[in-house]
Ligand binder design. Structure first.
Ligand code: MSP
Length: 504
């Protein structure tokens, strides 16, 4: 089985902030989950470079005559940010690469040959912040509600895409495939948008000096959104590697922020229908978050660098916090106070303490293995297997909080079990019982290390380094590894604390 997922490709007129990292980190969690299930994952991210915003930023820095150089530098910053955060994307697509340009030309020609492109004049507003043609009705007090700026008024000869031709087909698709637009609240928003506001759209710009020239008229460049959406195809080989493209398209998931859902759930599928290509299976829109109550913005100077947070708190705690604290799909707040609280209570005192207690208890001589059945095993087996079930359905539905709740419930069962059985006393008084209890706890730690893997991959590695697992279990398929194997952990090697006290 294959699983293809994408993040939006980011504008690179600035450094990545925590909001961008959110989308990418969540995509990484999903990618790791599918890999863990043994699927062939293609995880694509990249940079959206033919944007007016990027060009203006280059000009501001006096690099107006060296735009490609500016884009190369900026794109490298984004790429290295994801590397520093441990993101496991399969590829990184840039819209100034020749493979992308080749694919955009091919796609444009397909739409053109379908008879879906015509010449006209665009008279109206353009919001450079949104990189979108906007209607009077989109404005609030004459301003773009997102960017709080007056949009440009433009009048230029443009080529248009007959998007409205696909209105009924789009509505029918959304009707037939409730999973296509998620979460549900977004679905209603999109249906309303397609029914009432989805019209033909200008897909070329005449007045811009940067972008991909239109194959049929080189005095125009392709409108940046029409160009950018095609990255989802060119990043997996459309136009350059048919075999790979056939293998990985359609994508199972486009992960996007709620701000760009219309492009992904209306324009994009209409473009694909016109080009005769299958539609992605799902677009999932997550919410936006604020920082300590404020909108993330340059002027407030609060656009924190995710790499800095990862350096201070660790990459895993950052990942954990983002999906633990903010219900996926809703808006939320990023608070440093909450981040510290979660670090201490859930990670250091919860997970970290449990693992170090068990490893310390097991470091003593455990004695001979016992054939007799441990009476506690039936209960723990049931709980572990229920945890895996919840984990599976929650991750499948992107309900990360539920998956984490279940894992932490298992950890707290383990803590209570330690309190109840008092293995330190058993070590002296009842060697056989001691062996049973420790075997069970170690197996619980092994399960925990697997369950947390999509969320806390570095912690999984650190735990794994402390457990010596019998080669027979190590060699099992990922599915079989999730079963209960009471004698899986042969011995332990004590390591350093998983979540040391913070000094921030
Ligand atoms: N270039 C377009 C996307 C083209 S995809 C074919 C774009 N880029 S962007 O740089 O503005 O990044 C957009 C994405 O970053 C959002 O859709 C969202 O996923 C993420 N976020 C940006 N700010 C965010 C928050 N404050 N909170 C959560 N996510 C945020 O739009």
């Amino acid at each position: 089985m294959k699983f293809t997922l994408t993040t939006p490709i980011y504008y690179i007129n600035d450094k990545p902030h925590i909001g961008h990292a959110y989308t990418t980190i969540v995509a990484d969690i999903i990618a790791r989950y599918h890999r863990l299930k043994g699927e062939d994952v293609f995880f694509l991210t990249g940079t959206d470079e033919n944007s007016q915003k990027n060009i203006e930023a280059a000009e501001k820095l006096g690099k107006g005559d060296r735009i490609q150089e500016y884009l190369d530098e900026q794109s490298a910053v984004w790429r290295s940010t994801w590397e520093k955060l441990g993101i496991t994307n399969t590829d990184f697509i840039r819209t100034t690469e020749s493979r992308h340009i080749a694919g955009v030309e091919k796609f444009f020609n397909a739409v053109y040959e379908r008879g879906d492109i015509y010449k006209g004049t665009y008279r109206g507003y353009y919001c450079a912040g949104c990189e979108a043609f906007v209607n009077e009705s989109d404005l609030v007090d004459g301003l773009c509600p997102l960017h709080k700026k007056k949009p440009d008024t433009i009048e230029e000869e443009n080529y248009f895409f007959s998007a409205s031709k696909y209105r009924d087909a789009l509505l029918e698709h959304i009707e037939k495939h409730p999973e296509f637009v998620q979460p549900q609240s977004r679905r209603n928003e999109i249906i309303n948008y397609i029914q009432n506001h989805f019209t033909d759209i200008s897909i070329s710009r005449q007045s811009l000096k940067w972008g991909i020239p239109l194959p049929i008229d080189k005095t125009h460049v392709v409108y940046v959104w029409f160009d950018a959406l095609i990255n989802y195809l060119t990043g997996i080989g459309y136009g350059t590697n048919d075999e790979m493209f056939e293998k990985y398209w359609p994508a199972e998931l486009h992960l996007v922020g709620k701000d760009i859902i219309k492009f992904h759930c209306a324009l994009w599928p209409a473009m694909l229908m016109s080009a005769g290509l299958p539609l992605p299976k799902q677009v999932f829109a997550h919410g936006f978050f604020t920082i300590d109550g404020d909108k993330i913005s340059k002027s407030l100077g609060n656009s924190i660098d995710p790499v800095e947070i990862a350096n201070q708190y660790g990459r895993d705690p950052l990942r954990y916090f983002l999906v633990r604290e903010i219900p996926f799909g809703s808006d939320g707040d990023f608070s440093f106070t909450r981040l510290k609280e979660r670090y201490t209570s859930d990670l250091a005192k919860g997970l970290g303490n449990f693992v170090s207690r068990v490893v310390a208890l097991a470091a003593k001589d455990r004695g001979e293995q016992i054939d007799e059945h441990n009476p506690d095993e039936d209960e723990v087996k049931k709980i572990a297997s229920a945890t895996w079930d919840t984990w599976e359905t929650s991750l499948q539905n992107y309900e990360f909080g539920n998956a984490l709740d279940a894992i932490w419930h298992l950890i707290s069962w383990g803590d209570t079990y330690i309190e109840k059985t008092k293995p330190w006393a058993l070590a002296k008084e009842n060697r056989a019982r001691y062996r049973h209890v420790i075997d069970l706890l170690l197996e619980l730690v092994r399960h925990t290390s697997l369950l947390i893997q999509p969320f806390l991959p570095e912690t999984t590695t650190k735990i794994t380094e402390q457990l010596v697992v019998i080669p027979y279990v190590e060699a099992l398929s990922s599915k079989k590894k999730k079963e209960w194997h009471n004698d899986a952990v042969v011995s332990v090697k004590r390591g350093t604390a998983l979540f040391p006290p913070l000094d921030v």
